[in-house]
Unconditional design. Structure first.
Ligand code: ADP
Length: 628
């Protein structure tokens, strides 16, 4: 007897959506149906373990096309459905994924973003994106009845009992008529079916078979008559490489997998294979490409890992699986317990995903730490290309990742003449050194020549030479390393003088207060302060800046923000003969002091690698002096 039933309103709505869908990835219907088939086999297999009336069998999923009838059939020998189950599972939308999908449609304007279909994974109903009629022939394992569910996706469906012999479920899709834009016939093509199985369902645990054309060996004398026959062939590889044990996979296999999947021609710099079992169970296979695949500040939208659940591909470029600063890592995560229909929106809030992401981050960083320790050369290579990312990770998040990342940074050391870590710097600090010193925006040669460097050299203190724009911003965010403060040789008190020496300069400063004030007035807003220096040995003057924005940072920021300004300090060496000269001039000839002031400031600018305020006037003054 054939019963006709009405779909529930909700179901109807979803069906309408599918039928009218202009969604461009209609092809996901096959992934959905295969995934249902695989679940059904799981269930049957599970039952066979406890119920002797349901024997285990050679499980398989078949995808077969009939070009003449324009049908595509997906069959499985899984658990099947009883009549009630047909009604409850296919006649009503009970499952959460589809409900959420519908709710999200209610919130958005109806057809605002049909792209979300693929993300929700609307299951069985997605068949209606490509089919005008769907038949489900199913036999519940252990029962003695077979039923046929038929729907044309309108407002009703029929269920009738059938005497056809099936073991499991056979779903037949009657493809829709081709349109100008969409050629539904394509889904009947062997190449397309193979492509979709490989693309979406390669790692489903059961064999997915389809008919494949094989070329016969030509008979003797009939070499130009090519004949073919069809063979049912398993298309999917079934066991994902990431689910295998580490010792079952060779490095070469991992490399080949990487190159093929992520379209690189070089082997990866590092491969990280993670199998976690416990509260959360997941596998991850992560790669660091040998060379960055795109520019550091290029398209960060390209970042993210692929997400699988139980071997079924769910989402590409899933950003929630990896923090932004690790944008360069390629790979995938396969979680055992995520629903197939999880959406990008839901992922963001999913606690499991958050845990996986933080775990993935930890694994990557510990692998980097391992490389740094065991293969310095490789790490140097890594850091040359990706160091900026690590630095960015330190800078971003208000330094919140300091503990995780501080030991992964390499910076150039003036003394060691190579890249070192902070811990290597600290190890070599002579007794009495408290701070970590750095100079930025200078080459090694320029840095060596700076007058501020003399005192540090005398003490044997090492100085980190920062070459990258982001370095100084990073150090400022970090503030210190294991309680050793970072100090720019151009900023603040360097702590280089002993108490007595410092006191002496403080006294001199007091005595010469008026002179310093006068010079400051001469220089107007060019400098914020004029002081007697505690960082110079032989040099006469240098430029430093108040805490906060440094002169180098100003140079970097100026491009975006012309208002960025470091507060400059002109420092004069009280032990330099020029200082005595200044005192003399101040007493005798205040007008001449003006000239001295601007001359000294220009010199300080030049030492810092900047232009004098008025280069021509400066050159003229030098000539005048030469003629004196
Ligand atoms: P989901 O698979 O996300 O639950 P679907 O709409 O795809 O949602 O399917 C609804 C239900 O129908 C499934 O949960 C399952 O119980 C049943 N079902 C679908 N396909 C099959 C199948 N091939 N064999 C047995 N049961 C199936």
């Amino acid at each position: 007897m054939k019963e006709t039933k009405k779909f529930k309103t909700e179901t109807k709505k979803l069906l309408d959506m599918m039928i009218n869908s202009i969604y461009t990835h209609k092809e996901i219907f096959l992934r959905e149906l295969i995934s249902n088939a695989s679940d059904a086999i799981d269930k049957r297999h599970f039952m066979s373990l406890t119920d002797s009336s349901i024997p285990a069998t050679d499980y398989e999923i078949k995808v077969e096309a009939d070009k003449a009838k324009r049908t595509l059939t997906i069959s499985d020998n899984g658990i099947g459905m009883s009549k009630e189950e047909l009604e409850n599972n296919l006649g009503i939308i009970a499952k959460s994924g589809s409900k959420e999908f519908l709710e999200s449609l209610d919130k958005n304007t109806p057809d605002s973003d049909l792209d979300i279909i693929g993300q929700f994974g609307v299951g069985f109903y997605s068949a209606f994106m490509v089919a005008s009629k769907v038949e489900v022939l199913t036999h519940k394992a252990g029962s003695d009845e077979t039923y046929k569910f038929t729907s044309e996706g309108l407002d009703s469906y029929t269920i009738e009992s059938s005497d056809e012999l099936v073991d499991g479920t056979v779903i037949t899709l009657y493809l829709r008529e081709n349109t100008e834009d969409i050629n539904y016939d394509e889904y009947l093509e062997e190449y397309k079916i193979k492509e979709l199985i490989t693309k979406y369902s390669d790692y489903v645990r059961y064999p997915i078979k389809t008919w494949v054309t094989k070329y016969d060996k030509p008979e003797k004398g009939k070499e130009d008559e090519e004949s073919t026959h069809l063979e049912l062939e398993t298309i999917n590889s079934m066991v994902p490489i990431w689910k295998k044990n580490k010792n079952e996979v060779t490095e070469e296999e991992f490399n080949n997998f990487y190159k093929q999947k992520f379209m690189d021609y070089q082997d990866p710099l590092a491969t990280i294979h993670v199998n976690v079992e416990g509260l959360i169970t997941y596998n991850a296979l992560l790669f660091i490409p040998r060379k960055p695949m795109f520019n550091m500040y290029g398209d960060k939208n390209e970042r993210g890992l692929q997400l699988y659940t139980k071997g079924v591909f769910i989402l590409d470029k899933c950003k929630d699986l990896i923090p932004e600063y690790l944008y360069f890592v390629k790979g995938l995560v396969d979680s055992a317990d995520l629903p197939l229909n999880i959406s990008r929106e839901l992922l963001q809030e999913d606690r499991q995903i958050k845990k996986i992401a933080s775990n993935v981050e930890k694994k990557i960083l510990s692998e980097l730490g391992r490389i740094l320790k065991n293969d310095r050369e490789k790490y140097e290579e890594f850091f040359k290309d990706y160091g900026r990312a690590i630095k960015y990770g330190l800078y971003e998040n208000y330094g919140g990742r300091k503990d995780k990342l501080e030991d992964l940074v390499l910076l150039e050391s003036l003394n060691e003449k190579k890249n070192i870590t902070f811990s290597e710097y600290v190890e070599k600090m002579p007794e009495g050194q408290k701070n970590i010193y750095f100079v930025s925006g200078k080459s090694r040669g320029e840095a060596e020549a700076l007058p501020q460097m003399a005192l540090l050299k005398k003490k044997g203190y090492d100085v980190l030479v920062l070459a990258d724009d982001v370095d100084e911003f990073m150090l400022q965010m970090m503030k210190d390393y294991k309680e050793h403060e970072f100090k720019s040789i151009n900023q603040g008190d360097l702590d280089l003088l002993d108490e007595e020496e410092a006191k002496k300069i403080d006294e001199q400063s007091k005595e010469n207060e008026d002179l310093l004030k006068e010079i400051k007035e001469d220089l107007k807003d060019d400098v914020a302060e004029v002081i007697l220096s505690k960082r110079l040995v032989d040099g006469a003057v240098c430029l430093s800046s108040k805490d906060g924005l440094s002169i180098e940072m100003e140079k970097v920021l100026k491009e975006q923000n012309p208002m960025a300004k470091a507060e400059r300090i002109l420092e004069i060496n009280p032990n330099h003969p020029i200082f005595a000269k200044l005192q003399e001039v101040y007493k005798d000839n205040k007008d001449a002091l003006k000239e001295y002031s601007s001359f000294l400031y220009d010199q300080a600018l030049i030492i810092e690698g900047m232009q004098p305020k008025d280069p021509v006037a400066f050159a003229n003054k030098v000539c005048e002096l030469m003629l004196k």
